[in-house]
Ligand binder design. Structure first.
Ligand code: UD1
Length: 421
């Protein structure tokens, strides 16, 4: 049971500089990919210190990948992978551990893991992952909550059309396909920057992949893979979260180690609200927010390059104090408004109906005792508490620690009154 709480005394501007950590959603598939590398070490820089990453490192150790961490660098050696079974406890720790399926199957020709089941965002089906792997020669038995996968005749290239551009399915197919015989084509592939990062990492290891970042990815399997040195891309959702912290407090921040090209659908929303946002130098973003924000009209979450579902909750917290009404339409997950009931406790005015949430901005939120419902929902409560009058407490910090490297230190360094107890 997570007993820690964040205590936030709202009403202070966030001003200064925050260095954005590496992307959780890129680091996890990259770490899974290291399973495939029989020859040499992988040196992965900018690997964020997050509990989800720790969980991935525990899975790697369990299956025989030797890993050590030195600051934000992880060094892995998968020469001695001996285990192809991932215990239930490890699968439960992190739902996205399904990304190990393609990698372990590709490396060992078999894999046994528990079915990831539902999560706080609602059911997380993996039908697209499984049907794609089956078309590549995998035999997958699903029984008693377990997936037993083998590739009796080896994996072979396949022509796959995804009915939805699933990020995890695209990654799993890529991971399995680099070891398969022949060419795999993924049509309607996810185009997220994390897919490009995985592709670039695998290419650095000797794989032949083209088209990552477009809707058709081609993988020529069977290349000999070797270790490499690679740096994980910046976390685009942490970037948006810190932009939200500046916006909601009328603050001014410089985010370093960030990439504005990954958040192209989000920047116009900040500008509509009256913020000045631009990039400068190689990897910095500047934001200056006005005292009072204009509400953006409509925010629809979409697969990349559309507005990211992971940024919906953080942005909603900002809209609760903007001048006007914002309509949110959540198109990716069924159950992604669990932060709303907590925001209501702070005096926000929000109505939800299915996939739609209508936010009517109020002049001021008031502090409350809150519980993070999930990772990005937790971040939205932190953002709201920064703007609220009084001292809020936020429980369920374990959710937040899955995706933000010491959020309290980052925000305290830019003037927020926040501590963890
Ligand atoms: C990844 C991200 C998550 C982000 C999401 C959407 C990681 C570790 N997580 O999750 O933060 O919110 O992308 O950008 O990278 N679906 C199916 N069948 C499947 C697979 C998915 O129906 O086999 C549905 C899901 O239920 C969901 C939608 O497709 O409604 C998107 O899921 P997907 O793109 O697969 O998200 P994840 O890879 O799980």
């Amino acid at each position: 049971m997570d007993k820690q709480k964040l205590i936030i005394n709202g009403g202070r501007k966030t001003e200064g500089e925050i260095s954005v950590h590496g992307a959780k959603n890129a680091a996890l598939p990259l770490l899974a990919a290291t399973v495939l590398i029989k020859d040499g070490e992988c040196i992965i820089h900018n690997c964020p210190r997050l509990t989800d990453v720790d969980a991935a490192l525990r899975i790697l150790s369990h299956i025989g990948v030797r890993c050590r961490r030195d600051g934000s660098t992880v060094i892995s050696n998968a020469a001695a992978v001996a285990n192809f079974e991932i215990p239930v406890s490890m699968m439960r720790e992190m739902r996205s551990s399904i990304v190990f399926l393609g990698a372990v199957l590709g490396r060992a020709g078999r894999c046994r893991m528990s079915y990831p089941g539902g999560c706080e965002l609602g059911p997380r089906p993996i039908d697209l992952h499984l049907s794609a792997l089956r078309s590549m020669g995998a035999v997958i038995e699903e029984s008693h909550g377990f997936l037993d996968c083998t590739a009796p005749k080896g994996l072979f290239g396949s022509n796959i059309s995804l009915s939805f551009p699933s990020v995890g399915a695209t990654e799993n197919i890529m991971l399995a396909a680099v070891t398969a015989e022949g060419v795999t084509e993924i049509h309607n592939a996810a185009k997220e920057p994390e897919i490009c990062d995985l592709s670039a990492f695998l290419v650095s290891c000797g794989a032949e992949i083209s088209g990552a970042g477009t809707d058709t990815v081609l993988i020529r399997g069977g290349k000999k893979l070797h270790g490499c040195e690679y740096s994980v891309m910046p976390d685009r959702i942490a970037t948006v979260t810190y932009l939200c912290c500046a916006a909601v407090t009328g603050g001014e921040l410089v985010l370093t180690g960030a990439d504005i090209s990954h958040i192209g659908a989000v920047i116009p929303v900040f500008r509509q609200m009256g913020c000045r946002v631009y990039s400068f130098g190689n990897d910095s973003i500047y934001i200056n927010a006005p005292q009072s924000l204009r509400a953006p009209h409509t925010v629809r979450t979409m697969p990349y390059p559309g507005f990211p579902t992971d940024a919906q909750a953080p942005l909603m917290a900002v809209c609760t104090v903007a001048d006007g009404t914002t309509v949110f339409v959540e198109n990716i997950f069924d159950n992604r408004y669990r932060h709303v009931s907590e925001l209501l406790r702070m005096g926000a005015q929000i109505k939800t109906e299915g996939r739609v949430a209508v936010v009517q901005g109020v002049r001021q939120l008031s502090a409350a005792e809150l519980v993070s419902p999930d990772l990005r929902g937790g971040a939205s409560l932190v953002i709201a508490a920064l703007a609220a009058e009084g001292t809020s407490t936020i429980g369920g910090t374990a959710h937040i620690d899955r995706g933000y490297e010491s959020i309290e230190n980052a925000l305290r360094s830019v003037g927020a009154d926040i501590k963890r107890i």
